[in-house]
Design a protein around this ligand. Structure first.
Ligand code: FAD
Length: 409
């Protein structure tokens, strides 16, 4: 730990005012940094801002399309219980009021309301430049008097008045979300095709659609090749192994040998990380959805600590908070990072372990059950006790065992 006299206050740009950006801004300011949050939408909440607009290109591949940031759909309820979705000192508690959803797995609107409440409670909105898009972030010359942290040039455009800003910051925290650029399965198809969401949302939606469609057939790479199972509770919903090919007449052939004539194919194949506005001179790359190299999924060693990323999750909100506290402490000099060489070595070892276990690069940031150890490690760095009455791990285990009130995960 550094002595109190060596604590530094930095000028920090946070990109995005979703859950990650909001809590990052709070933690940075608590640590004594000055913070500007850039948000291209009109309000806080990111992916939880529901709209019934859909993109004109249903596969979301046309770069000139008008992007609809939210992938939330009308009937969506959370797939985590609300106890797992609160920040430490601002739990996602049941609020009174007619418009509030008091269910344990509330609707998307309740999550948005919670994030808006959080923004107000901690005065985050005053730090945000709404309708302002960061169009480019690039390392600026080191003019820091040898304090060991590189500067960043942030170029942004405000939508209404078309004001273009070009500013220098001590550090950038990237909280831009990752539900915009779709990852698509390579399926030659002549049927109607569109991209929806992640596998989890795909599972949710398939159950919703089963209430209206004649038949729903779900293919998943995680199912063994001979899988052909009728989903309990849904007489018209079938689980299959992967799709082998799609015939010219629209018939889908699964690895299990079954063939189905499909009218619509929906890709629930997730999204690609996209940091195209960041120019890091190749220091950070995205390779098969592995963002790297990132020490502890946050700091790219060549540019640490002035560049950091908040995101990647199983139980997102508590993790965002721990990541943000760590970043804030590292930037002030209160918490020390290992040497760049040691950080790179750890990342190299992680990659080797994943490769040894046959885990594709795109799952590098899918921490799965290791999520809890990761959070514990972050907590040990920032000197907080993770147990706040309700431990996320207990709740997570509980709802996995009982298959959840929403039946989602
Ligand atoms: P986002 O919410 O996407 O916010 C990113 C923000 O950055 C946006 O507001 C965007 O406008 C802004 N931005 C991006 N680029 C720029 C730029 N260049 N300049 C300025 N601003 C920019 N999590 C749960 O905990 N429970 C759930 O039940 C759950 N269900 C989900 C269901 C769906 C369908 C989806 C898509 C996600 C779900 N999640 C759930 C995960 C969810 O993504 C996280 O909870 C969390 O909201 C992500 O927050 P974020 O801040 O990382 O990203």
């Amino acid at each position: 730990m550094a002595s109190s006299t060596s604590i530094k206050s930095r000028h920090v740009a946070v990109i995005g005012a979703g859950a990650a950006g909001l809590v990052a801004a709070r933690e940075l300011r608590r640590e004594g940094h000055s913070v500007v949050v850039f948000e291209r939408q009109k309000q806080v909440g990111g992916t939880w801002i529901y709209t019934d607009h859909v993109e004109s290109d249903q596969l979301s591949v046309d770069p000139t399309r008008i992007v609809v940031h939210s992938s939330v759909y009308d009937s969506l309820r959370t797939n985590l219980p609300r106890e797992c979705m609160g920040f430490r000192d601002f739990p996602f508690a049941i609020r009174s009021g007619e418009s509030r959803d008091q269910r344990r797995f509330p609707s998307h609107g309740e999550v948005l309301a919670y994030l808006q409440d959080f923004g107000k409670e901690f005065g985050i909105e005053e730090l945000i430049r709404f309708e302002t898009t960061v169009v480019r972030g690039s390392p600026a010359a080191k003019i820091d008097g040898g304090e060991g942290i590189g500067k960043w040039r942030i170029e942004s455009t405000e939508k209404e008045k078309k004001i273009h800003c070009d500013e220098i910051y001590d550090a950038v925290v990237v909280c831009n979300g990752h539900y915009i650029e779709p990852r698509l399965a390579e399926i030659p198809a002549i049927t109607i095709v569109f991209h929806n969401l992640s596998k989890i949302s795909g599972d949710d939606i398939s159950r919703d659609i089963a209430g209206f469609a004649k038949e729903v057939h779900v293919a998943s790479w995680s199912n063994p090749a001979d899988t052909y199972i009728k989903q309990t509770g849904h007489p018209n919903l079938w689980m299959h192994s992967m799709i082998e090919r799609v015939l010219e007449n629209g018939s889908v052939v699964f690895q299990n040998g079954k063939t189905v004539l499909a009218h619509v194919i929906m890709h629930s194949t997730g999204y690609k990380y996209d940091f195209s506005f960041l120019d890091t001179n190749g220091s950070v790359t995205v390779d098969d959805n592995r963002v790297g190299p990132l020490y502890k999924h946050i700091f790219p060693p060549p540019l640490a600590p002035s560049l950091s990323f908040v995101g990647y999750h199983v139980i997102p909100f508590p993790m965002f908070e721990l990541q943000s506290k760590w970043i804030a402490g590292v930037l002030s000099g209160r918490i020390m990072l290992p040497s760049k060489e040691d950080m790179l070595m750890e990342i190299k070892n992680l990659y080797a372990t994943l490769e040894g276990e046959g885990i594709p690069k795109r799952y590098t940031h899918s921490l799965g059950i290791n999520h809890f150890e990761y959070n514990d490690w972050l907590a040990s760095q920032i000197w907080v006790l993770r147990n706040r009455g309700v431990e996320e791990r207990d709740v997570f285990d509980e709802f996995h065992e009982e298959d959840g009130e929403s039946g989602d995960v």
